[in-house]
Ligand binder design. Structure first.
Ligand SMILES: O=C(O)c1ccc[n+]([C@@H]2O[C@H](COP(=O)([O-])O)[C@@H](O)[C@H]2O)c1
Ligand SMILES: Cc1cc2nc[nH]c2cc1C
Length: 338
């Protein structure tokens, strides 16, 4: 299990990232070229199979053991009227996850994924980022480690997602801090905010950037000041997954915003990640552009909970079913290209 002892060991883990296995990448590419189809005709499904092969270090990667890790947190900034829903919905939805009644329960069942729900101190909201840091050093480290602990080296693929009323506000602050631009460039309607709410949200993000911006020197400090527990947990989970060589399917705007500070410190950080979908939250398409990631799906979803990642996992399963299950030209006695 991966554990970050202190901010310095987190920074070191981020600096020393493993890369995909070159022989497995070559073997998977060669297999793709041998399968009974015109070269390149399975489009991005071919790229997905090769990507999975590199991280799993095998020519025929698997998607039998998929784990969705969904992290929940509450946010001090939610008291500023920046969400269409009240903060108590976070804990109520966690109860719904445990009872099996949420979208993510249905969608993980549909793609054959195991579901791990990690609720992070829901009765202790983070500090209001507009006037103080979200977390202490110890709180941020605990959240990063809760994320790392939720990743299993036995997984073929990890899906990351979140639940946290108000969390599109810290997500917008993280995106603006890392990639620049004004609060207005990154705030969106989240759960369905009205015009006045959107103005309050932009104001909160502007205040947070002015207060914390000068001190955001590195991924840890940026997550600690502008993030939240479930946001730091997703960052810790993605970094742990990288060291365990478990490929990751990212969910929506908040999940991606959690990755931004790590990408700022190491431009190779997202090499083990696929973007599951492009959410309807306005800033998501911009974040994905900055990441250089082409999302697998555009379904107009904006739920969170890992729901977009769970739907995209079906695409990954299809890619690997074709890659592993098809006959080669030689096996099927089919003539190759003239
Ligand atoms: O995944 C997304 O892109 C996404 C976009 C908008 C809202 N959400 C979900 O809605 C909540 C955050 O929205 P809000 O308006 O409360 O900041 C949180 O629980 C997220 O899971 C998620
Ligand atoms: C009901 C509800 C479910 C959610 N799931 C993720 N974010 C959510 C926000 C609300 C409001």
């Amino acid at each position: 299990m991966i554990r970050f002892e202190d901010p310095a060991s987190f920074a070191q883990a981020l600096a020393e990232l493993p890369e995909p296995d070159a022989p497995a990448l070559d073997a998977a590419r060669a297999r793709q070229a041998d399968l009974t189809k015109p070269a390149g005709s399975l489009g991005r499904l071919e790229d997905i199979a090769v990507f999975m092969a590199g991280w799993q270090r095998r020519e025929r990667p698997r998607a039998d053991r998929i784990r969705a890790a969904i992290f929940a947190g509450n946010h001090g900034v939610a008291t500023r009227g920046v969400s269409a829903y009240p903060p108590e919905v976070t804990a109520q939805m966690v109860a719904n996850f445990h009872a099996g009644g949420a979208a993510i329960n249905a969608l993980t069942a549909a793609c054959g994924a195991e579901l791990a729900i990690v609720a992070l101190d829901l009765d202790r909201p983070t500090g209001d980022i507009a006037c103080r840091p979200a977390m202490s050093e110890a709180e941020c480290l605990a959240a990063l480690n809760a994320g790392a602990a939720a990743v299993s080296d036995e997984s073929d693929l990890a899906l990351l997602g979140e639940m946290g009323i108000g969390n599109t506000t810290p997500a917008a602050a993280l995106a603006a801090q890392v990639f620049g631009g004004s609060a207005q460039d990154w705030v969106g309607r989240g759960t369905g905010l009205d015009e006045a709410g959107l103005a309050r949200k932009a104001e909160a993000v502007t205040a947070a950037l002015a207060l914390h911006g000068p001190y955001c020197n590195g991924a840890f400090e940026t997550l600690r000041r502008l993030g939240g527990r479930e946001i730091a947990a997703m960052a810790g989970a993605a970094l742990a997954a990288r060291h365990l060589r478990v490929p990751v399917l990212l969910d929506g705007f908040i999940t991606c915003a959690a990755m931004a500070p790590l990408l700022a410190d190491n431009p190779r950080f997202l090499a083990h990640c696929l973007a599951g979908h492009c959410s309807a939250e306005a800033g998501h398409v911009r974040l994905l552009e900055r990441f250089g990631l082409d999302p697998l799906l555009h379904l107009g979803m904006r739920l969170g909970e890992g729901s977009g990642a769970a739907v995209a996992a079906q695409i990954v399963r299809s890619a690997l079913a074709a890659h592993g299950g098809m006959a080669t030209f030689a096996e099927a006695a089919v003539a190759g290209a003239a």
